[in-house]
Design a binder for this molecule. Structure first.
Ligand SMILES: Cc1cc2nc3c(=O)[nH]c(=O)nc-3n(C[C@H](O)[C@H](O)[C@H](O)COP(=O)(O)O)c2cc1C
Length: 335
């Protein structure tokens, strides 16, 4: 892979590719496969009960030899999870939503690296002063929850222009090497991919969910806020499912009045009930009505035609990036 960038240098990567946090899909086994492929993955701490963070991260540390990062969604107080992650030796963090400043300070005090997912050039302009190491430019087509104010094609270069030299990673709608090369041409130092990695053999997402990602076309996607609790709404892209259709048939009522609220569709691994409209994406061992849970995905589904191993996905990124670079070189010489 002919790319040596700020990202590959900072994380000692063979390929400038990051695997986004995928809810319970980012298991120790998945993160180990990502690390083994020469890329680097993040796990979402938000879905781990506070008292389970240390144990989960210890497993991931062993599986990856310490080559993974932790993601914090700051819509709730995450200081306990951050402290547990720092104690567990994690030094690469991704933060987004909410007030990042106190978290960045704690991570930098521990000599950690901070990725900040932003959706506007105005946020990107603040990154340097806040001490952020990498900006993640999340286009509004990104799978799952998104903060992007515009699609990747126009948002990414605007964020690069605003970033005051802080390196920018591109997220949203990227599934293979042509997207990687395009993102690099727009000024990115690497890419951050979610939907493509859901449909990997090693991700711990539910088999049925993976198959829906493979089968889906962009026309199957809907933008909604129904899979969030009242007061914590953030728009997200999902594949249309039974919960969405039922809500739509009921005339799209506001959160708090959705049909079937309070209906149990499954149980969390710790035995607690999982209700319809919960934000948890379906995981491998989930029992009950997995299809009713949010099937997060982006328009990258147009490029995903099969379930591949992480190594195959990364090999495909490399091959298609090489081909795209050759094509771009031909354009330049007019051949
Ligand atoms: C199943 C799933 C879960 C996600 N969970 C998180 C999360 O917990 N924290 C976060 O920062 N982003 C999360 N994201 C968004 C990704 O970080 C990323 O921005 C997005 O997947 C990029 O777009 P793409 O899906 O087109 O690759 C999630 C995405 C998916 C598909």
């Amino acid at each position: 892979m002919p790319f040596e960038t700020a990202l590959t240098k900072a994380l000692d990567l063979r390929v400038p590719v990051l695997a986004a946090p995928l809810g319970r899909g980012s298991s120790a086994e998945f993160l180990a496969a990502v690390a083994g492929s020469g890329s680097f993955g993040f796990t979402a701490l938000a879905h781990m009960p506070e008292d389970a963070v240390s144990g989960e991260l210890a497993k991931m540390q062993r599986a990856t030899n310490g080559r993974f990062g932790a993601n914090l969604t700051l819509v709730v107080d995450q200081r306990k999870r951050l402290a547990a992650a720092l104690d567990a030796g994690v030094r690469v963090f991704s933060v987004w939503q909410g007030d990042i400043e106190p978290y960045v300070r704690l991570i930098k005090d521990a000599h950690g690296l901070v990725f900040w997912t932003v959706g506007t050039p105005a946020e990107a302009a603040r990154a340097k002063d806040l001490g952020v190491d990498f900006i993640v430019s999340q286009g509004r087509e990104a799978g799952g929850h998104f903060v992007g104010s515009a699609p990747t094609m126009s948002l990414l270069p605007a964020i690069v222009d605003a970033a005051k030299g802080v390196p920018v990673v591109a997220a949203g709608g990227i599934a293979e090497g042509r997207g990687l090369v395009a993102a690099m041409a727009l000024g990115a130092c690497g890419v951050w991919m979610g939907t493509r990695f859901v449909a990997s053999k090693e991700s711990a997402n539910h088999r049925g969910y993976k198959e829906r990602v493979v089968a889906a076309r962009a026309t199957d996607l809907v933008e909604t806020e129904i899979f969030d609790p009242v007061g914590q709404e953030c728009p997200h892209w999902v594949i249309r499912n039974s919960t969405y259709s039922r809500w739509e048939d009921a005339g799209c009522p506001p959160n708090g009045q959705r049909p079937g609220e309070g209906e149990q569709i499954s149980r969390f691994p710790n035995g607690k009930p999982l209700y319809r409209y919960n934000a948890a994406a379906a995981w491998d061992a989930m029992e009950g009505d997995w299809e009713a849970s949010p099937l997060y995905a982006s328009a990258a589904v147009e490029l995903i035609h099969d379930l591949k191993s992480v190594a195959e996905i990364v090999a495909e990124i490399e091959a298609t990036a090489e081909a795209a670079l050759d094509k771009a070189a031909q354009l330049r010489t007019g051949r």
